[in-house]
Design a binder for this molecule. Structure first.
Ligand SMILES: Nc1nc2c(ncn2[C@@H]2O[C@H](COP(=O)(O)OP(=O)(O)OP(=O)(O)O)[C@@H](O)[C@H]2O)c(=O)[nH]1
Ligand SMILES: [Mg+2]
Length: 654
């Protein structure tokens, strides 16, 4: 068995996620036991747990055709099957984007979306919601042969009239829009499938790894789903070059258009692989000569792609697969795959863990802080009562009566103040509704509908361009309006907290602001992707391209809807987070006033009650102190899990 560094680290990462979930569940149990969990806390914790559970790590393999993407996936992930699982052969092989993942609610299978769906409205993501649109084949895990036969579906093509290919947006005179060739004057070969999802219980996939194999060449450009969604959302992009081909013009195009974009900072999480170095293994050359030839190619490739040479990994996927299948350690070392696997696991998983860890820590801290505020205000209340009661020691009935009146007045005053609180709630609801109007899904649906109509009505470059730029302008307008609206809500809440703190002695609290920037950036990114595509693919809109472009718009609309969904969800949480502390404090304050009044009334009735009441309060205070300490311990325990250094199985360090 080979040292599976990547597998071991991934296992360790999943294990860490499980421990973190257990820690958070522990906090939730404790909060519930202590009667501290309110609806907001329940919701926050439920979301945190869901996110940790569904956390995925997506690694995409991108390159010109025949560079060895599928072979590399076989070598890294599926060598244990003793044979080539994904089809890999000379010429164009993988014909559709292929996701490898594991969803335990479905049997092992390959699901295929027919290419015919390209003639209809709807993106791959939408079609994923309709099981009946997909053709499913079961996978027989006991037979590698049968499995590889079923998986060969991803390279199926069929011959169709050119007219039909055009309808699917796959063929354009003088331009290759997808991986296929013209068979004769009137027919052409096209992929049978538009997208494939392989559901496979591989240990890494079971832990949330998702692998994306892509078809080479322009297929990337013709499936908007890839450019707009799958590739930008991948945590790592592996770009593959081949030593026998060198770095070609199309390699550079794929790299620039789909891997780095216009932002050089995004080179992070990109690994470049120089595959097929076995082609340089020449028995007539010395090892040193071969080494220096490999280094030379690494340097040239790095230079052409404008990255440091250390980011280029020379490997032989084919020899690595062979070596793993035959247990040939010398050949495996020579294939240099272990170095790549190590880089993958060292860069990718800790970075991912860091992101998940800090996001989780931030939310848990915020939650604990709001709990702490409640506990602090309870202690402050008790302290006040104690001070009052101490002041009553040895005093006569008149003084007690006087104090009773004072508290009663304070209570009345506070209850009158509640009217202002109720008025605030009304304004808050109005503002929330206005906010939903700027960024609600209904508004988006309208905007998208208008744009669709305008594109249909004017299927020429100019018409499409202006409809699209208006679409983006309206979306940006909506986001800006929402930003103003959240700003207003924020100002109002700050003023309100200050007022309650001053007039009724509530804990001072500064609600966190809400930033729309994240969503604005995402929409800007979509707009840029759209512009790049419009300029390269559609500066002239022809009939065949029109179908493609409409589909591109639908994908953009879906992506924007996704941004809206997330923004709305985040806003919902934020609105709760700014309002909940005030609600809780007002409620707590009211309870405390009632309690104070009750204690003084008790003492008024019988003066020997005083010492008893003081003792009760001291005890209650100690109880809350203990709660504060316990909360701190819960928080520290979660922090410790987040910080814990990786627990790698011994084998992985060997
Ligand atoms: N000599 C050599 N050949 C390799 C290596 N890796 C892949 N190949 C061969 O290159 C050809 C293409 O490999 P694939 O894995 O199909 O390439 P791909 O990038 O997936 O290509 P598409 O699916 O068409 O986009 C196959 O014949 C492989 O056997 C390697 O390391 N060395
Ligand atoms: Mg392939």
């Amino acid at each position: 068995m080979h040292t599976r560094d990547l597998a071991a680290r991934f296992e360790a990462y999943s294990d860490w996620r499980r421990r973190l979930s257990a820690g958070i569940s522990g906090l939730h149990d404790w909060l519930s036991q202590q009667d501290l969990a309110d609806a907001h806390a329940d919701l926050t914790i439920q979301r945190l747990l869901e996110r940790l559970h569904q956390d995925k790590l997506v690694v995409a393999f991108v390159a010109e055709f025949s560079r060895g993407k599928s072979e590399l996936i076989n070598a890294i992930f599926f060598a244990d099957f003793g044979q080539r699982l994904l089809p890999s052969s000379a010429g164009r092989t993988t014909m559709c984007p292929t996701e490898l993942l594991y969803d335990s609610t479905r049997p092992p299978s390959i699901r295929l979306l027919p290419i015919e769906t390209r003639a209809r409205a709807g993106s791959v993501v939408e079609f994923k919601n309709y099981a009946d649109e997909w053709v499913t084949f079961g996978l027989d895990l006991s037979s590698a042969d049968k499995m590889s036969e079923v998986l060969s579906q991803v390279s199926q093509t069929k011959r169709v009239p050119i007219i039909l290919a055009r309808k699917y947006g796959l063929y354009e005179e003088g331009e290759v829009l997808s991986p296929m060739s013209s068979a004769d004057e009137v027919t052409v070969d096209i992929p049978c499938w538009r997208h494939a999802v392989i559901n496979f219980p591989h240990p890494l996939l079971q832990q949330g790894l998702v692998i994306l194999d892509t078809p080479g060449l322009n297929a990337i450009g013709t499936e908007p789903e890839l450019t707009l969604n799958l590739l930008p959302n991948a945590h790592a992009l592996l770009f593959i070059l081949a030593a026998d081909a060198g770095v070609t013009r199309t390699d550079i195009d794929v790299w620039r258009n789909h891997l780095v974009g216009e932002n050089p900072a995004t080179k992070e999480g990109r690994l470049v692989i120089l595959n097929k170095i076995d082609g340089l293994w020449d028995d007539l050359r010395t090892t040193a000569e071969i080494e220096s030839e490999i280094s030379r190619q690494v340097r040239t490739s790095a230079q052409l792609l404008e990255i440091p040479p250390a980011q280029v990994f020379p490997v032989s996927a084919q020899k690595a697969l062979l070596a793993k299948v035959n247990g040939d350690d010398a050949l495996l070392a020579r294939s240099r795959l272990p170095q790549l696997e190590q880089a993958l696991s060292k860069e990718l998983i800790p970075a991912k863990r860091h992101i998940v860890g800090s996001a989780t820590r931030m939310e848990v801290r915020a939650l604990a802080a709001s709990m702490r505020t409640i506990l602090d205000s309870r202690i402050a209340g008790i302290r006040e009562q104690l001070a009052e009661l101490h002041g009553l020691r040895g005093k006569n009935q008149d003084v007690v009566e006087h104090m009773m009146e004072r508290i009663q007045q304070e209570k009345d005053l506070f209850e009158r103040g509640m009217q202002r609180y109720t008025a605030l709630r009304t304004v808050f609801t109005q503002q929330t509704n206005a906010l939903h109007e700027c960024i609600g899904l209904e508004t988006l649906r309208e905007t998208a509908g208008d744009t669709r109509k305008r594109i249909e009505a004017s299927p020429f470059t100019k018409g499409v361009r202006s409809a699209m730029s208006d679409f983006f302008a309206r979306i940006h307008g909506g986001l800006e309006q929402s930003a103003r609206q959240t700003g207003e809500i924020h100002d109002m809440m700050i003023a309100m907290y200050a007022r309650f703190a001053k007039e009724h002695g509530l804990e001072p609290f500064t609600p966190p602001p809400f930033s729309m920037l994240k969503y604005q950036k995402e929409v800007e990114r979509l707009e840029r992707a759209y512009n790049v595509h419009f300029n390269t693919l559609w500066n002239m809109v022809s009939k065949a391209k029109f179908t493609l472009m409409k589909r591109f718009f639908e994908t953009i609309a879906i992506r924007v809807k996704h941004v809206y969904d997330i923004a709305n969800r985040d806003l919902e949480s934020w609105l709760k987070a700014v309002m909940a502390p005030l609600e809780t404090q007002v409620r707590e304050h009211h309870i405390q006033l009632r309690r104070r009044l009750e204690s003084v009334k008790r003492i008024h009735r019988a003066s020997d009650e005083l010492e008893e009441r003081v003792a009760e309060l001291e005890q209650a205070k100690a109880g809350i102190r203990a709660q504060i300490d316990a909360l701190g311990r819960e928080l520290a325990a979660i922090d410790a899990i987040i910080e814990q250094s990786e627990l790698l199985p011994v084998a992985a360090n060997a």
